[in-house]
Write a protein that binds this ligand. Structure first.
Ligand SMILES: [Fe+2]
Length: 158
């Protein structure tokens, strides 16, 4: 069961569903940070088990979230859609690469988790603040445009 946290205001994009999904990703990040902080109290096996749970949550949450966001952008015919979709793909690929390299190099689990948490943190913050806010702004402008077009239609004589 995931706990509830409040997303810092600057990370809210104003779409309730997407803000909620971003919150879940921040919760996963916080859980990763907790595991890293308490690693000395746990053995390699426990760390591996907890890490696997966190990684599968991360995979399923990002998959669902990216799909939702992409459908949302497609619906409003967002011009930068392809580019944004590629950034989502690059994220998924990077997480996969970290895992693949870790297995190949037989890296210590906690080091892999540190690498992932640091990548997730930077990615989430930059992506939300820059890229997600861009489509959000586009959506606002689109809504404004539709409102003024409708007003004009209502005012013009038939
Ligand atoms: Fe996004």
């Amino acid at each position: 069961m995931l706990e509830q946290i409040e997303l810092p205001l600057q990370y809210k994009i104003g779409n309730e569903k997407i803000d909620e999904q971003h919150t879940q990703l921040f919760i996963i990040l916080m859980d990763m940070a907790k595991l890293i902080k308490n690693d000395a109290k746990k053995n390699e096996k426990q760390i591996e088990e907890e890490m696997n749970i966190l990684l599968s949550s991360l995979r399923s949450y990002t998959q669902g979230h990216f799909q939702y966001e992409e459908r949302h952008m497609e619906k409003m015919k967002y011009p930068d859609f392809e580019n944004h979709k590629n950034m989502h793909k690059a994220f998924v690929d990077k997480i996969f690469d970290i895992q693949k390299n870790a297995l190949k190099q037989k890296k210590e689990k906690i080091l892999v988790l540190r690498e992932m948490a640091s990548y997730l943190k930077d990615w989430l913050m930059n992506h939300i603040l820059q890229e997600d806010k861009k489509y959000c702004l586009y959506e606002k402008e689109l809504t404004q445009q539709l409102i003024s077009e409708n007003k004009m239609k209502a005012q013009s004589p038939t």
